[in-house]
Design a protein around this ligand. Structure first.
Ligand SMILES: O=P(O)(O)OC[C@@H](O)[C@@H](O)c1c[nH]c2ccccc12
Length: 262
């Protein structure tokens, strides 16, 4: 039986091939050479202070279906920024998350904080697309990439000026993440093969990841208590989508998580 991650990766390979036939890689390379400078996603998260929020613009997911009906990505991004998010994560996968690369480009015009392209990156072509659309960072998932591609895409992202956020779920993959040179490391609390989500997973992995890396806890973060648990464990940043996107009042939701509601 194939799991959801295998399905997503297979579909993504097809998508990359078809996008490449629409816009040749040389065209993207030429456009990227003229692209405006990036914002420093890494430095924003590495700065001292309380745990940082990477707020995610996410309409739907394979595990939860539609998360937010009334979905205006630019308005959501503006609200996240004004409410105190440090960075944003923009889902660009279409078939499984109902995202779009265009959302990233539109949001780039509307906010000043650094942006992550959240997708299943398998190929250099997607790094060029990300840079073109205005991303400052890209997600690389250890479970989707062999050692060679993980290292290659990590290096290429940096050459393009992008910060790679390298995510893993399976503890066995940490050594591969470190060997790829990752300094911004995320632990996904959700096993993308089964959808089981456990906040304790990030907390248990904190001790295993070197302290000089910037450490991000991802997924399944719902309450101010969850945030305090992460902060006390020494987690530098958190990636939160669903719990914010389900709230009609995003400003209050962000401030409640951050403990800044006055
Ligand atoms: O909506 P949540 O549970 O707050 O999770 C956000 C984010 O961590 C999640 O969307 C995510 C983390 N890693 C991923 C990889 C691919 C797709 C999605 C993800």
């Amino acid at each position: 039986m194939t799991n959801i991650l295998e399905k997503i990766v297979a579909k993504k390979q097809e998508e990359i091939a078809s996008r490449r036939s629409l816009i040749p890689v040389e065209v993207l390379e030429a456009a990227v050479a003229e692209a405006p400078p990036v914002r420093d996603f890494f430095a924003a998260l590495a700065a001292p202070g309380p745990i940082k929020l990477i707020a995610e613009v996410k309409k739907a997911s394979p595990s939860k279906g539609i998360i937010r009906e009334n979905f205006d990505p630019v308005a959501i991004a503006r609200e996240y920024e004004a409410a105190g998010a440090t960075c944003l994560s923009i889902l660009t996968d279409e078939p499984f998350f109902q995202g779009k690369l265009e959302y990233l480009a539109q949001i780039r015009q509307a906010v000043n904080i650094p942006l992550l392209r959240k997708d299943f990156i398998l190929d250099t072509y997607q790094l060029l697309e990300a840079r073109m659309a205005g991303a400052d960072a890209v997600l690389l998932i250890a479970e989707c990439l062999d050692d060679c591609n993980l290292r290659k895409l990590h290096n290429e992202a940096i050459e393009l000026g992008l910060t790679p956020l390298v995510e893993f779920y399976d503890p066995e993959n940490l050594d591969r993440v470190l060997a790829a040179g990752a300094t911004l490391i995320g632990v996904n609390n959700r096993d993308l093969r089964t959808f089981v989500t456990d906040l304790g997973h990030t907390i248990r992995m904190r001790d295993k990841v070197p302290l000089d890396a910037v450490f991000v806890g991802e997924s399944g973060i719902y309450t101010r208590d969850d945030v305090l648990r992460l902060q006390e464990a020494g987690v530098d940043a958190m990636l939160v989508g669903e719990s914010l996107m389900r709230q009609p009042d995003i400003t209050t939701a962000v401030k409640t998580l951050l403990g800044t509601l006055s």
